[in-house]
Every structure is written in structure tokens, then in C-alpha cells.
Design a protein around this ligand. Structure first.
Ligand code: HEM
Ligand code: HEM
Length: 186
């Protein structure tokens, strides 16, 4: 099954589970987010409101997972990139990874700020309401919607580059890049 912690060469089980669980969750959040905002705001159809509530709950779950992931990332060795990569690929890979962390933090926080500005509480998985980060402010509410949307577009752009690179390394260059992020030997 491989080991729990990272080694200098490959990711350990905890990092792998967190990576793939969050990849699924973030893709689901983007698809759900884009779909729900396309629905009409009509009073008798509560589908949009229900989906926004689900989106907020999943978004809060992502916020907790990213805190765990960041702690694990800081407390663990970072596996080296495969040997022999050209400099531009090393720089762009690390740049996309860091951008992902920034986006994984900024998206839930702007979601929370948006809800606070709208004076709609954010529940922590139905357990209790999180405190409001800022007071009721319609102008800031609209601004955070736009910021949240553009952060999501940036996440999509990073994902396209990151997935493209992972698949190219696996299928075209046939190196160990993808295997390092899959459970297995070593
Ligand atoms: C990593 C986590 C998240 C991702 C990837 C994400 C992604 C998205 C996307 C793609 C949209 C549609 C944007 C548009 O086209 O206008 C959206 C909208 C929205 N998100 Fe998130 N979101 C996340 C977390 C959260 C959190 C934690 C909350 C609140 C607690 C939240 C609240 C909302 C709300 C209320 C909208 C609807 C905005 C509107 O009325 O136009 N999101 N999100
Ligand atoms: C929104 C979804 C995703 C996010 C946020 C994400 C984020 C990350 C981050 C931050 C790293 C660096 C390791 C770390 O610090 O944890 C990483 C590594 C990696 N990811 Fe993703 N990832 C996503 C989706 C995917 C997908 C769909 C694939 C495959 C098609 C993939 C393949 C990889 C591989 C192979 C590595 C190891 C790269 C290396 O160290 O050489 N990721 N990912």
C-alpha cells in the first residue's frame, strides 16, 4: 500500500488521499457553483436555494480539509519533481502548486465573506453557525461574488494546466510524475 508520510521521492498515503479527495470536491464545487448560479431566482422554485446551501456546506468542508492539508504539507518533506525536468517546467509546476494552495484558501474565505456581507449565516456542517467575518454590506456582497467567481475561473485555468501536464508526463514522456501521486509500491 505504500507509506503514510511523504518521502523525498514520492507522496505518502495521507497526501495522496487528501489530494484526490480534494480534487473531487473542488471539481464538484465548481460544477455545482456554475450550475446553481445559472438557475432562475423564482420564488416558487427552491432548487437554487437548496443547491446554494449544499455548495456552502461542501465549501466549508473544503476549507477544513485544506487546513489539514496545509498542516500536513508543512510538516512533511516535499517529494522532488522527477529528475531531468527543464527549468521552466520546474518553475511552472511549483508555481501552479502554490497557486492551488492560495486558491483553495481564498475560495472558501471569499464565500464566507460573501455570506457575512449578505447577512446569511454559514453553518459548520449543520453543527453551529460560523461567526460573521464582516457586517451587512450590499456593495461588498456584490464585490465578493465577483471576486469569488474570478478565483473559481483561476482555479479552472490552473486545473487545465495541471491535468494537462500530469497526463502528458504519464502518456507522452512516460515518467513517474503521476505514479508518485498514486498509491503503490515504494
Ligand atoms: C473551494 C471552495 C469553493 C469553490 C471552488 C467555489 C466555486 C464557486 C463557483 C464556480 C461559483 C459560481 C460563480 C459564478 O459563476 O458566479 C460559486 C458561487 C457561490 N459560492 Fe462558492 N465556491 C467555494 C466555496 C464556497 C463557500 C465556502 C461558500 C460560502 C460559505 C460559497 C458560497 C457561494 C455562493 C453564495 C455562490 C453564489 C453567488 C451568486 O449568488 O452569484 N462558496 N462558487
Ligand atoms: C482541483 C483539483 C486539483 C488540485 C487543487 C491539485 C493540487 C495539487 C497540488 C497542490 C500538488 C502539489 C503537492 C501538494 O503540495 O499537495 C499536486 C500534485 C500533483 N497533482 Fe494535483 N491537483 C488537482 C487535480 C489533479 C488531477 C485531476 C490530476 C491528474 C490528472 C493531478 C495530478 C497531480 C500529480 C501527478 C501531482 C504530483 C506532481 C509532482 O510532484 O511531480 N492533480 N496537485
Amino acid at each position: 500500500m505504500g507509506q503514510i508520510a511523504n518521502t523525498g521521492q514520492r507522496y505518502g498515503l495521507v497526501a495522496i488521499v487528501l489530494h484526490w479527495l480534494m480534487a473531487l470536491l473542488l471539481v464538484a464545487l465548481v460544477v455545482l457553483g456554475l450550475y446553481m448560479v445559472s438557475l432562475p431566482d423564482v420564488g416558487f422554485d427552491t432548487r437554487k436555494i437548496k443547491l446554494i446551501l449544499i455548495h456552502k456546506q461542501l465549501g466549508v468542508a473544503a476549507m477544513m480539509l485544506v487546513a489539514l492539508r496545509l498542516a500536513w504539507r508543512i510538516g512533511n518533506v516535499l517529494p522532488a519533481l522527477v529528475a531531468g525536468l527543464p527549468e521552466w517546467q520546474k518553475v511552472s509546476a511549483r508555481f501552479v502548486h502554490l497557486s492551488f494552495y492560495a486558491l483553495m484558501l481564498a475560495l472558501p474565505i471569499t464565500g464566507w465573506l460573501m455570506s457575512s456581507a449578505a447577512a446569511i449565516p454559514v453553518s459548520l456542517l449543520g453543527w453551529f453557525d460560523l461567526p460573521d467575518l464582516i457586517g451587512h454590506d450590499e456593495r461588498l456582497f456584490r464585490a465578493f461574488i465577483v471576486i469569488h467567481r474570478w478565483l473559481a475561473y483561476a482555479l479552472i485555468a490552473c486545473l487545465v494546466v495541471h491535468m494537462g501536464a500530469a497526463l502528458a508526463h504519464h502518456l507522452v514522456f512516460k515518467d513517474d510524475t503521476l505514479r508518485k501521486m498514486l498509491p503503490g509500491r515504494g
